[in-house]
Design a protein around this ligand. Structure first.
Ligand SMILES: NC(=O)c1ccc[n+]([C@@H]2O[C@H](COP(=O)([O-])OP(=O)(O)OC[C@H]3O[C@@H](n4cnc5c(N)ncnc54)[C@H](O)[C@@H]3O)[C@@H](O)[C@H]2O)c1
Length: 274
């Protein structure tokens, strides 16, 4: 097989399902071997179903069906020690590490005055500290490999103050800060760092189990245009597919982007047009 990722090894967090699975499969289609990490467990404050070990096994099956190798580990990106052990085990088996897709995250949708300290802390711990942990666990291996590409998955909410997402917006803007700071310091190691900014994407994260009445946007319709996806006929409720995000990631991860670092790439159907 020959492809744009031939001979590379890629770490993908949140690989059990959704965009993480799409990233793993797309990388494998282009020739990469994969280290797949997922917590496969629920969270205290999320309003949608948790990923399972069966989901992670399906990602493994899809990558192996492409004749690529995949090492999978159940680990929580909030646990630096456990995550480092998982990444180290994957590198020991697959030989090296070239690409990191820091994709794992959670979302909690609440108006600002319904955000509890526990919600704030859980979202910041996973989406910001967990992303920092992912970079810290991976970088020694990228340095060892002589360079590489890191893609931090943020969101349109990392570029705009989207409504009803205060902790998520803060964490995803923080991911942009991580991206820029790491891009500066890691350039001397030939490690590029960029961020990907999805709009609403058709994954289980969007299957909210709403038990608390109408969506907050119904009480505050003035903010609805902020969610508008200009390229989609369905406007604010339209979604793109996980593979659209994977294709954006692939460009940033590939050698085609060898002089691209420190950029925020929206794959958002125009949602972040100013
Ligand atoms: N789906 C969307 O509409 C959308 C929009 C913008 C950005 N994003 C971002 O895209 C990325 C992927 O989201 P998705 O839509 O595929 O969601 P998803 O919930 O379908 O998948 C996320 C995966 O990450 C895993 N995960 C979460 N926290 C983890 C942790 N602490 N440790 C290890 N694994 C963990 C989950 O178990 C799950 O398998 C996230 O960073 C998300 O914030 C999603």
């Amino acid at each position: 097989m020959s492809g744009r990722m031939q001979g590379k090894v890629a770490l993908v967090t949140g690989a059990a399902r959704g965009q993480g699975r799409a990233h793993a499969v797309r990388l494998a289609q282009e020739g990469a071997d994969v280290i797949a990490v997922d917590v496969c467990a629920g969270f205290d404050n999320t309003q949608y179903p948790a990923a399972t070990t069966e989901d992670l096994a399906e990602t493994v099956r899809l990558v192996e069906a492409l004749d690529r190798r995949i090492v999978h580990r159940v680990a929580d990106i909030r646990d630096l020690e456990g995550l480092t052990a998982a990444v180290d085990a994957g590198v020991a088996e697959l030989g090296h590490l070239d690409v990191v897709v820091a994709n794992a995250a959670i979302v909690v949708i609440q108006p600002y005055d319904k955000v509890t300290p526990a919600i704030w802390q859980e979202v910041i711990d996973v989406n910001l500290t967990g992303t920092w942990n992912t970079v810290m666990a991976a970088v020694p291996h990228l340095v060892q490999a002589g360079g590489g590409s890191i893609v931090l998955v943020s969101s349109v909410a990392g570029l705009k103050g989207l409504p009803f997402l205060v902790p998520y917006v803060a964490a995803k803007h923080g991911v942009v800060g991580l991206m820029r700071a790491f891009a500066t310091e890691l350039a001397k190691h030939k490690i590029r760092v960029n961020s990907l900014h999805p709009t609403a994407t058709d994954t289980p994260m969007n299957q909210m189990e709403s038990t608390e009445g109408p969506h907050p946007i119904e009480a505050d319709p003035k903010v609805a245009p902020m969610l508008w996806n200009h390229l989609l006929d369905l406007g604010p409720v339209g979604m793109v597919d996980p593979v659209d995000q994977a294709n954006g990631m692939l460009f940033l991860a590939s050698d085609e982007a060898r002089f691209v670092t420190g950029v925020t790439l929206p794959v958002d159907a125009g949602c972040s047009i100013f």
